[in-house]
Design a protein around this ligand. Sequence first.
Ligand code: 4AD
Ligand code: MG
Length: 456
Amino acid sequence: MEHTDIKDVLKSAKLVGKKITVCGWLKTSRNSKSVMFLELNDGTGLANLQTVIDKENQALSAAASYGVGSALRVTGTLVKSEGAQSVELRAEEIELLGAADSSYPLQKKRHSLEFLRDNAHLRGRTNTFNAVFRVRGALSKAIHEFFWSRGFLYVNTPIITGSDCEGAGEIFRVTTLSGEQLLKKDYSEDFFGVKAGLTVSGQLEGEAMALAFSKIYTFGPTFRAENSNTPRHAAEFWQIEPEVAFADLYDIIALARDMVKSVIADVLKSCKSELEFFEKFYEEGLIEKLTGIVEKDFKILEYRDAVEILKNSGESFVYPVSFGTDLQTEHERYLVDKVFRAPVFIVNYPKEIKSFYMKLNPDGITVASTDLLVPGVGEIIGASQREDNLELLEQRIKDLKMNMEDYRWYLDLRRYGSAPHSGFGLGLERLLMYVTGMSNIRDVAPFPRTKGNLLF
Ligand code: 4AD
Ligand code: MG
């Protein structure tokens, strides 16, 4: 169907006076004495195109009955407008492609985000979700561009895997066993002949690729059966995981910082109107916050110092803190929302609260790890230098009573040409929450999967 995108119609002065065709969904209609206005949006941008119908024109009289949500194809002449909008389309022909009646859920009024979640199949047609998913796409593009500009190779790691990266027991099992076989947990009878699950992280396989290509990144879906029903946890989320050979913790911190700054700078340019929209409706000061990120340096804080700050804060946390306790959301949020009001890398966590693969520091107590915390969200990145010493890594796997056989290939990477290497994992949805000011992860994934929820 030959037609012009509404976004292009609204910004091209060259089209004024020309006969054009547009397609889109009817957002609202409005009547005046002699004309009727139809606001059309095709999703190519936030702004609607106003279509004007002369009521005298009998051929177009059916338009009066078109319901909000109907899909239309309109041909007419584009003219300069006297109203708020710069141009409008004087309709000459209107084709009803698909009607929508009054049961259409998105009538002209502001709907709650909860209501829209239940209508996720239609919510992309609202201004909020048009903006959210446009920024999501732009962020993804900016991330790919950042890594390519730095000479990283994009690799794909498996979605079905036999190794547990984070060891937190959050793996969704993948099996074709049923009945008795399933009860016996005899995986030799299973599809792969071994226990299999959906990946929680592409890191381990990413390390193998980095120890062949030096600089790689993955960008794909990861899955966690976390039993936490929070606004920041999804069962399916997208992770960007760069892995770099010949790099230590501080190299990876610099990479993470540069990436966050670069992609935010990019989106500030490419999604200006979307960010203005979020500023107006969701987070006051958003653009200034994002501009600040691009300009200011990020703080680096030792875990042990963070614990001291929390202990001396005078706050009554639900979970008390001392050296060795994992930082909960309330602690993270206190540090970034109240104390620093800026992104902070917390470094050198005690080994007990971190994953098996992290490099043991010379103190024997902490590991070369970091989490990047940002105001309003908390952790958006988890990173570390990886243990590259064969004996230490074997010992760690033994201590944690993990199955050595499952990690034979991973240990091989330390057996043959081991090298210092580091990487991080960025949760795309967490970054998107930070960039848009949306406060629930269910509102930044098109069809969110969370505990107890698998609509669509
Ligand atoms: O800190 P995490 O668990 O680190 C890893 O998985 C490492 N293997 C990454 C690496 O070094 N290659 O997860 C990384 C990030 C978190 O900082 C967070 O942004 C996001 O993934 N994340 C989640 N996002 C949404 N829902 C969840 N349930 C998430 N769990 C982690
Ligand atoms: Mg983490």
